[in-house]
Design a protein around this ligand. Sequence first.
Ligand code: PLP
Length: 455
Amino acid sequence: MASRATELLVSFIEELPDAPAHDLDGALEIARTYREAAPGRGRGIDEVLARVSAAAEKGFNTAGPGYLAYIPGGGLFAAALADYLSLGLNRYVGVWNAAPALAQIEATVIRWLCDLHDYPVEARGILTSGGSMANFSAIVAARRALLPEDFLAGTLYGSSQLHASVSKAAVLAGFPARNVRSVATTPDLRIDVAALERMIEKDRAAGLRPFLLAANAGSTNTGAVDPLRECAEVAAREGLWLHVDGAYGGFFQLTDRGRQAFAGIDAADSITLDPHKGLFLPYGTGCLLVRDGPRLREAHQVAAAYLQDLAPEDEIPNFADSSPELSRDFRGLRVWLPVMLHGMDAFRAALDEKLDLTRLLYDALADTPGFEVPWAPQMTVVAFRYRPREGDPEAFNRALLERINASRRVFLSSTTIEDRFVLRACIVSHRTHLDRIEEAIDIIRTAAVDLEASA
Ligand SMILES: Cc1ncc(COP(=O)(O)O)c(C=O)c1O
């Protein structure tokens, strides 16, 4: 069975460069054929795998080199091997003495990430299902550390470019949505620190309790990086918890350019990272690091009599005490195995390559008459639009996006920034290289010329 599944995967991966960047033709009809009752008797492996393969054929080709929409989720094959092993072994790593060396593997992964951010020995972390859950636990930890049990006066701050998962996390953590303050940005889409300070002062005067500042280490819209050192200074002065959302951009810390952009990140109280973005892993692995580790545990730990036989945290942490989850998959191996196999240098080089490709795309569009590329990339997102000679710019750019994506060689998405409809390309898949970006440039330019000609 394992060999058959491997054959399927190998041919899927080998075909990725030629596979369409998205294909939804007839997808709903195919999806409907999977609405079925559970079979009484089992089927053969070939029949079952054929159905998996057919189901995987339709959709966004998120693992392919042309996928530049939203934030690509990679899909490193070594991580699939890790999951195969960890699910087969099925050891439990939430409490260290259930599988000490395997729990240590996960703790070691977290230590690597703490070291990457110059976090002290007492720092702790958890691997989560993604950035959204990491942001959630960060807010819960900050709330517990800084606010009383009656916390509804607590207010949170972030720029207008903050990811929606932070507001969602605040609401899930019990805050009214209005307590999440959206701070204006400077023209480069970084938080306006003076505006932030004014807002905090006004809220304090109104009897509210500012307690958390969430800063971007790579925004989703354009990859904007907030001035982290200044944010840390404001947080220290105002007694706020500084949380850095590096779900998209965080792993660029591995590169010199990223480290420069994130100067001051070591002063953050907590950092969200998404190995399923910047480490090219398949969907399902996020991470939260907390500088003062005990604060993470204090926010999540609840005693239970039926767990009394299990050892308390020792030199290896009990992840279940620092996370909302008790039973869960062994995410540590999914990070550890690819890093052991490829080495961190390979990840650093791949991320550097993405930064170079982004610059290339940005320069090419900026040099093409008719294109507006308002924000120089700080990470690996290029947001752009075409200025048509006549007609409604938004309608033109919607049509442009459709035309680009109709190539099926690349797949881009759009967003709205400061009331402007823009297209965006995010280059963060380990399978996206120079050939595909050069092709993307051709496709984008040709689509604009053709559309202008047909208008
Ligand atoms: C900046 C940022 N924060 C948080 C998230 C949410 O992460 P996830 O989708 O892993 O839950 C994303 C997702 O794209 C993101 O770009």
